[in-house]
Design a binder for this molecule. Structure first.
Ligand SMILES: [Zn+2]
Length: 723
């Protein structure tokens, strides 16, 4: 015999006016059946409203007590063992609605959630009639789903669902001791509620749970986890003793490791309980527990890792190496000391309330760096702690930003592969590679960015046969010649002889290739590149015969004797090699220089030299502003750049630097002019026979003066200066 008690819940219905809104669903309803649809919705809602008036029916029988909710779900508690199950009304084969065991998990302590699924079930008994009103077969799913949502919203507005839930719980009258043990031992950390499965599990093993609660309530969860994971425990002994023996033996842990469990609480192992494996399933947490315990032992932790810090480890495999000196963390093998530094910093950030920012900014940087670079940290670096890690990571991140810039900040290297003495040459040809080089080799190559961009410096990484980088070679251009700027080993160590030899051959090879690509152009087609100098024997006998009598400036002027065409002592002759003019006013004179009396005094350059010098100086200033060190124009100009960089914003000091370098720039101008094809020069000396009356100089001639000046400007890298 059983009796059924309908239960009204006071104040359950808080709104009597709510009703499903179905206007939006009419598009899915057959146009001729809209009134019927409206009537059906009215009927459904009226039916539900009557169920809400007395939503619970409790039935006691000899075998069980059941609680039926809104007429379509039924909780059953068995009298004998207290097991909890759920049943729902389904259509059977002959079209009758009958109660069947529901196969899915549900929460035992806070049952009956107003989910969409619940209302799908609830409307199940009207589903055939709903389908019959649809505009077409393809409208059925949308019409049904829309009606479910609409009825659910109306129900939530009508019923105080929290009140209903509490009434269900009271009517179920579950065993409070079992509920308490189930709550403490639950291992489904993702849901706060106790599931029916876990409730029934505790019911079944109530004696063991009671015992564990008496011995060490901290370990209730551990027993549950072992059960859920189907761990086979030793057959004999107390539950906890069996767990301890199993864990220490299977996990190869020292006995002290048990203390982490025995003294810890459930929340201290959330990283294990929250773990989800493949398929987002929690299976395999027993192995996660093993790894976490090994990690705690390797870290030599005394206390638990705080819950928010544990989350940094969540869903990441961390595997302690057999020697316990390193851990595979986020794909990178980290020394234990480094991981200790990471955790210590996270705990400090947690204490100061900045863990979130730390976890979102600094930590990802460090972890990304560790994963991407896999740095081999030496003992000193391991002990250097978080600040060191963060600094390295930020360098790396900066590096990444540079990588984006690498495409813009790149240059051409004429040598792409060069092997000698077992060393391979790899050009460093963009800002990213340059920065990597400086970081990797601990040198200052990134200072050369501006020079590399300007084409005055080229850098190369040297690798040995095994691919290991052993050094860096820098070349710099001086005029049309590439020279070895520097050869360095790791961290600026002195280079091996083989590296120096290689640098020398690299410079010569680079010069050859560069000259091929940067030929000096002849001024006009069909014009000989050089003007034949009239075949005249230089007369140097006077000077050589009596050096003591010679002018004091002998050394300064007499560095070469070609073009020595002044036959008569004290007489100046400036004969144009092209037209024979001797008055320095023919169209072929580029420049006439008197080295002791003010320099330029005739020729096209007389009026143009100032403009050339201005442009050269502008180039020096721009190079200094860009952070360049090498101008490609030789040491005097490079020295001017260095001096100018030191003056900073001091305009007066910058003016002084220009004044000091003026003569160097003039020399550069005429040395370059002399090297151009199509330019013929004549050196001359004059000895007036008295102190202060001796001098020397050089005349520069060209068949096409304008073309020569254009070439000069190009060669100096100052196009436009000739105009
Ligand atoms: Zn001439």
């Amino acid at each position: 015999m059983s009796r059924q008690t309908p239960t009204a819940i006071p104040a359950l219905v808080r709104n009597h006016d709510a009703r499903p809104r179905t206007g939006g669903l009419l598009a899915h309803v057959h146009p001729g059946l809209r009134e019927e649809f409206s009537a059906l919705v009215d009927g459904i809602w009226k039916d539900l409203a009557s169920r809400f008036a007395a939503p619970l029916k409790t039935r006691e029988s000899a075998s069980r007590r059941t609680v039926t909710v809104i007429g379509f779900v039924r909780y059953a508690v068995r009298r004998g063992d207290g097991r909890l199950t759920l049943e729902q009304k389904v259509l059977n084969g002959s079209g009758r609605r009958v109660w069947r065991r529901a196969p899915y998990a549900f929460s035992a302590d806070l049952p009956f959630k107003p989910s969409t699924g619940l209302f799908e079930e609830l409307l199940g008994e009207w589903s055939a009639r709903i389908a019959g009103l649809a505009r077409s077969a393809s409208d059925v799913p949308a019409l049904t789903a829309g009606l479910v949502r609409s009825v659910r919203r109306a129900s939530l507005r009508t019923v105080d669902w929290k009140r209903l839930r509490h009434a269900v719980r009271d009517a179920l009258a579950l065993d409070p001791e079992v509920l308490d043990l189930a709550r403490r031992s639950r291992v489904n950390a993702h849901a706060r509620e106790v599931t029916d499965g876990h409730y029934n599990h505790v019911v079944k093993h109530l004696a063991a749970y009671r015992r564990i609660k008496a011995d060490n309530p901290n370990l209730l969860w551990l027993h549950a986890l072992a059960q859920v994971e189907r761990v086979s425990l030793p057959a004999k002994g107390e539950a906890l003793a069996r767990l301890k023996a199993k864990i220490l033996k299977d996990f190869s842990l020292p006995p002290a490791a048990w203390r982490h469990l025995a003294n810890g609480r459930r929340r201290d192992f959330r990283v294990v309980l929250d773990w989800l494996g493949p398929g987002a399933l929690p299976h395999g947490r027993w192995l996660e527990l093993r790894e976490w315990l090994r990690l705690l032992v390797a870290l030599e932790r005394h206390g638990p890792v705080p819950l928010p810090v544990q989350r940094l480890f969540l869903h990441d495999p961390y595997r302690v190496a057999a020697d316990r000196q390193s851990v595979l963390f986020r794909g990178a093998s980290l020394p234990i000391a480094t991981l200790r530094a990471v955790i210590a910093e996270a705990e400090a950030q947690l204490a100061s309330g900045t863990l979130r920012a730390f976890a979102e900014d600094d930590l990802p940087d460090v972890l990304a760096w560790l994963t991407d670079i896999r740095p081999a940290l030496d003992e000193r670096q391991q002990k250097a702690g978080w600040a060191y890690l963060l600094r390295r990571a930020r360098d790396w991140k900066h590096d990444l930003a540079l990588r984006d810039r690498a495409e813009t900040y790149s240059w051409e290297s004429l040598v792409s592969g060069h092997v000698a003495d077992g060393l391979t040459v790899h050009p460093i040809a963009n800002v990213w590679a340059l920065h990597r080089e400086a970081l990797g080799m601990r040198n200052c190559t990134n200072d050369f960015l501006a020079d590399c961009m300007a084409g005055t410096v080229r850098l190369f990484a040297l690798r040995d046969a095994s691919g290991r980088q052993v050094g860096t070679v820098g070349l710099t251009r001086e005029g049309r010649q590439w020279k070895v700027l520097d050869v360095r080993g790791f961290a600026n160590a002195a280079p091996a002889p083989s590296m120096q030899r290689l640098a020398g051959s690299l410079a010569s090879r680079y010069t050859t290739l560069w000259l091929t690509l940067h030929p000096l152009l002849a001024q006009e087609s069909g014009t000989p590149a050089t003007i034949p100098v009239r075949d005249r024997e230089p007369i140097a006998s006077e000077v050589e015969a009596d050096p003591e009598e010679g002018p004091d400036n002998d050394e300064a002027c007499g560095d070469d004797a070609d073009g020595w065409d002044d036959e008569d002592e004290g007489m100046l002759r400036h004969e144009c090699p092209i037209c024979g003019d001797e008055r320095l006013d023919c169209e072929h004179l580029v420049a006439a220089i008197d080295y002791f009396n003010g320099g330029i005094y005739a020729g096209a350059m007389d009026k143009r030299q100032a403009a050339f010098l201005d442009r050269l100086w502008l180039q020096v200033r721009q190079a200094a502003d860009a952070g360049q060190q090498y101008s490609g124009l030789g040491k005097p100009v490079d020295d001017a750049i260095t001096a100018l960089r030191k003056t900073g914003t001091d305009i007066a000091a910058a003016g002084a630097v220009r004044e000091e370098s003026e003569w160097e720039l003039i020399n550069l101008l005429y040395e370059t002019l002399e090297s151009l094809p199509g330019v013929d020069t004549r050196y001359w000396e004059f000895d007036g026979g008295a102190p202060g009356t001796s001098t020397c100089g050089r005349d520069f001639w060209s068949r096409d003066v304008e073309a020569t000046l254009e070439l000069l400007a190009t060669e100096l890298g100052i196009p436009g200066a000739d105009e």
